[in-house]
Design a binder for this molecule. Structure first.
Ligand SMILES: NC(=O)c1ccc[n+]([C@@H]2O[C@H](COP(=O)([O-])OP(=O)(O)OC[C@H]3O[C@@H](n4cnc5c(N)ncnc54)[C@H](O)[C@@H]3O)[C@@H](O)[C@H]2O)c1
Length: 358
């Protein structure tokens, strides 16, 4: 298949491109490299022996994207490109709207011009807002709590409207829960922890001694240990979900939205304990106050993805932690003797903050 990956150099994009190339598909990456290194393309080529085509462009440059798609004879597009920092979206909602909603509009226009009719869109569990039911089904009301979530809700509407507007178009929005972990193949010494602003990546940095500790926001939620509970999904499972969608998209109603999550959850403290077991290193932390806008618990109802795609998550939390630990130790080789559980009761005086899930 001939697949365009916008944002294909980013965290989720590059893992998906790695798999597409390994599986023998042809790939065109469209990325402005605003949040990715150009080295990624060389690594993908080294690892697979196959070089993806690359267009360095903003996805809102409709002319450039359409021309490249047409030349590439694109059969499908996976639209990863976008901004994903929830807190930054509160600071600058207009920028998030311009890139995330404007970017989708640009890609849809380019696809129309290029005659490409199949789209997979990276959406987010942030579209749901505060869960009224758990696990969260796709039919749950969409009441995003952040400008970021609102951009994803609006973008899904555009995607769905485009798909329904002409015979033959196929489009699916995938609502990711909390992707985490990394493929060692793409890591080189000196890299940032992959998925650098995710909770698991932050925990990796603490375990590796690159950061002093981590503050947990809220320890009095109605969860097993009082800390927030989230649905962590191994990056390999997320990638497999995209491959499953591409394989089955003909049979899906245009504009379908599907959850991609593990279907279960772990609290922040459970994640830390699991990470400590897997890495053998302590994760110093402190318990702070709740943070405005955070929700107590969130996990996905994945029955629709299981039924329609034959997909479900295969990797557990320990495997997520193990892959993140492998990645961070490859990126920043440790002097193992310097690290260990001697820190396990360390009191961490926080100066940094946990990211919210996107
Ligand atoms: N990582 C998560 O936890 C998560 C969760 C839910 C949804 N998502 C969504 O998945 C998608 C991919 O996320 P990611 O974690 O890989 O993010 P990322 O920032 O690592 O990758 C995004 C890529 O898009 C590129 N990009 C950004 N704006 C662009 C533009 N205007 N034109 C061209 N390229 C542009 C960046 O250079 C980067 O390579 C995003 O749309 C994000 O909102 C991510």
């Amino acid at each position: 298949m001939r697949v365009v990956a916008t944002g294909g150099a980013g965290y989720i994009g590059r893992h998906t491109v790695l798999r597409l190339l390994r599986d023998g598909h042809d790939v065109l990456v469209i990325d402005d490299f605003s949040n990715a290194s150009r080295d990624v393309i060389a690594r993908l080529t080294e690892e697979t022996g196959r070089r993806p085509q690359v267009l360095v462009a903003d996805v809102r440059d409709v002319g450039a994207c359409a021309t490249a798609m047409a030349r590439f004879r694109a059969e499908s597009v996976i639209h990863f490109a976008g901004l994903k920092d929830v807190a930054a979206s509160v600071q600058d909602p207009a920028r998030y709207h311009a890139v995330n909603v404007g970017g989708v509009q640009g890609i849809l226009d380019a696809m129309t011009r290029a005659g490409c009719e199949t789209l997979v869109f990276s959406s987010s569990a942030a579209v749901y807002g505060a869960p009224q039911t758990l696990p969260i089904p796709e039919a749950h009301p969409l009441r995003p709590l952040s400008p970021y979530g609102e951009t994803k809700r609006l973008a899904e509407q555009l995607v769905s409207g485009w798909a329904r507007a002409a015979e033959g178009r196929r489009a699916v929005s995938l609502r990711y829960f909390n992707p985490a972990g990394a493929a060692p193949a793409l890591i080189r010494p000196g890299d940032e922890a992959p998925g650098c602003d995710s909770l698991v990546a932050r925990v990796s940095e603490v375990a590796a001694g690159l950061t002093a500790g981590i503050e947990i926001f809220g320890s009095d939620y109605d969860t097993p240990d009082g800390t927030g509970l989230r649905d962590f999904l191994h990056i390999d499972d997320l990638v497999a979900g995209h491959l499953a969608v591409l394989a089955r998209i003909e049979g899906l109603a245009p504009g379908t939205a599907l959850n991609l999550g593990s279907g279960g959850g772990a609290t922040v403290l459970e994640l830390l304990r699991c990470y400590e077991r897997v890495s053998g290193c302590a994760v110093p932390h402190s318990l702070g106050a709740r943070r405005a806008g955070d929700i107590p618990a969130s996990w996905a109802d994945t029955s629709a993805a299981q039924r329609l795609l034959g997909w479900r998550a295969r990797h557990d939390l320990a495997e997520i932690c193990a892959s993140a630990w492998t990645a961070v130790t490859l990126a920043a080789p440790l002097q193992r003797s310097d690290r260990g559980m001697e820190y396990s009761n360390a009191i961490y005086a926080p100066s940094s903050s946990l990211p919210r899930s996107s």
